[in-house]
Ligand binder design. Structure first.
Ligand code: CUA
Length: 155
């Protein structure tokens, strides 16, 4: 098969770019330790129940109108199952998984992150509207995936 000289050049240039991109990603992951966004620190997934603050998941008030919420995700539930905050509160969620990849999403808000065993994911949101928000797992994690949900009540 005859491949035109210029086509061969373009193929070589394309291949060179793929190799370059793969090298950049590998270097930043391995050498610089880059991780996907919202995963802020690592944790031993087999010791979540003994690792503060995840040994007592739940809501902590850090200032007026500012909260931190620590969640443990496991097949097929979130702990805590419900938190209650006053309207206008800014809540920073910290979530980790003890088993498989889960999702952590509150539709209608910007809260949406993957929850990877071995990592703590974090995302913040200010809840201006009163109401009960459904917090769902949006990564397929097994037979009970559709049952995996919790509630955020803004009062
Ligand atoms: Cu957890 Cu789907």
């Amino acid at each position: 098969m005859h491949v035109h000289q210029q086509e061969r050049l373009w193929l070589a240039a394309g291949l060179a770019m793929l190799v370059l991109f793969a090298a950049v990603i590998t270097t930043s992951a391995v050498v610089d330790g880059f991780v996907p966004p919202s995963r802020i620190q690592s944790i031993d997934p087999t010791k979540v129940a003994q690792t503060p603050p995840f040994d007592h998941p739940g809501l902590r008030k850090i200032a007026d109108g500012a909260y931190e919420a620590y969640y443990v995700a496991r097949v097929f539930s979130f702990s805590p199952a419900e938190i209650r905050v006053p309207a206008g509160s800014r809540v920073t969620f910290y979530v980790t998984s003890t088993d498989v990849e889960h999702g952590f999403s509150i539709p209608e808000t910007g809260v949406n992150t993957m929850v990877t065993p071995g990592w703590v994911s974090s995302v913040s949101h200010t809840f201006k509207q009163r109401g009960t928000f459904l917090l769902v797992c949006n990564e397929y994690c097994g037979a009970g995936h559709h049952l995996m949900a919790a509630k955020v009540t803004v009062e």
